[in-house]
Structures are given as structure tokens and as C-alpha cells.
Ligand binder design. Structure first.
Ligand code: MN
Length: 210
């Protein structure tokens, strides 16, 4: 699909529409799947390099900027700053956000796939919620609570993770969350996103996006 050409215009009008409304309409999209929920991680070199971690919920991509990128090492907590929701279609974007625009700089699709929210059972095991309607309700409740658990089926990122709101730590940072890998068979000690630099879509490095 050809969205890359007008994506920044689209995002601009989407955000201005949403910011004017107290109860914003979800971005209308033909890209919604009846059964699956998608996630994407976009490596983005704006003012500073970061990884935009986005989860589909209720027709938008909830977004967090993770400066050091996600990790498969369950001993590491990655700071994840909640940023504005993005349109669903934005998950396909790889290319150059024009200079001078907000977030100007190259973007690659670092990872993508489907995900399932998880709930923790009494015995501390986790259950994947596969019904999309119920899954979105679980996500809503988790966002409200400031703790969401989910299972990623990506190319790089696999298995169970949690995002936890820090409630104002560091001081003044009300949008800070932590992204943490749960212990499971996909744990990889010392995993560092920068050692896996290629786009899973085009195999390009972010330096190759001109
Ligand atoms: Mn970004």
C-alpha cells in the first residue's frame, strides 16, 4: 500500500483533529483486521535515536518511545516514554520524515507482528487473550491501571513482556513507563537492540534511508 508519500500530512491532520476533541474518534482505517492485533517497533533517528514501540488498541497505535530499544534480557528495565497515539496505518511506515517537521529523520521497521494481551492467573502463570474484543477490553483496563502484559509474535521480539507505569518517576516525568521482558523461553541475556540494526521489512540500516 502506498502510504509513505502522504504519511506525514496524514499524521499532522490526525493529531490536530484528535487534540481538538476531548473524546477523539479512532483514526478510520481499512487496515483493521477482524481477529488480529498488531504491534510495530520503528527505529527512528529524530533529534535523538529511539525506538517507537506501538501496540494496536481500539483502532489506534498506542505509542511509547524507548530510547535504548526493547530487550530480550529479562534483567533489564527499559525506560519507555508514552507518546501520542498514532494512526493504525502508520505501522507500515518506513522512510524519511521530512526535515523541519516534528520527528524529522529516518524511520525503519525494526520489528513487527501480532500480539496477545495476557492476564496473570492465581498461580502466576499467564494466559493469552486471543479474542480481539476481549483482548481490547483487557488492554483498556491495563492502560487504566498502568500495567499491561502482552505476548509478542515478532521476528525479533518474541514472548511475554510487561509495560508498567512508573507513576511520576523520575520526578516530573508523568509519562514514564518501563518495558520489561518476562522470563520465558525467549529470554536472551545481554540482548541489545543496536546489535540487530536492520529493518525486518527491507533489510536496510537506518543509515541507508535517505
Ligand atoms: Mn519517534
Amino acid at each position: 500500500m502506498s502510504i509513505s508519500g502522504n504519511i506525514s500530512e496524514k499524521l499532522k491532520s490526525y493529531n490536530s483533529k484528535r487534540s481538538k476533541s476531548k473524546t477523539p474518534e479512532p483514526f478510520s482505517s481499512k487496515d483493521i483486521d477482524d481477529e488480529k492485533l498488531f504491534f510495530v517497533v520503528q527505529k527512528h533517528k529524530a533529534t535523538a535515536l529511539h525506538y517507537d514501540f506501538r501496540l494496536e488498541v481500539n483502532g489506534v497505535m498506542l505509542s511509547w518511545a524507548v530510547p535504548k530499544g526493547p530487550t530480550l534480557d529479562n534483567r533489564i528495565r527499559r525506560l519507555a516514554n508514552k507518546t501520542e497515539d498514532h494512526p493504525l496505518d502508520y505501522r507500515h511506515f518506513e522512510g524519511l520524515v521530512p526535515k523541519g517537521e516534528y520527528g524529522g529523520g529516518p524511520v525503519i521497521i525494526w520489528d513487527e507482528g501480532t500480539y496477545f494481551p495476557e492476564i496473570e492467573l492465581e498461580d502466576k502463570s499467564r494466559e493469552q487473550i486471543k479474542d480481539k474484543k476481549k483482548a481490547e477490553q483487557v488492554m483498556d483496563a491495563g492502560i487504566e491501571k498502568g500495567e499491561i502484559k502482552f505476548y509478542l509474535n515478532g521476528e525479533k521480539l518474541k514472548g511475554s513482556f510487561v509495560l508498567i507505569k512508573t507513576n511520576g518517576f523520575p520526578p516530573g516525568k508523568k509519562n514514564s513507563w518501563l518495558l520489561i521482558k518476562h522470563k520465558d523461553e525467549y529470554v536472551l541475556p545481554d540482548y541489545d537492540a543496536k546489535n540487530y540494526p536492520k529493518s525486518i521489512k527491507s533489510k536496510r540500516l537506518i543509515e541507508e534511508i535517505k
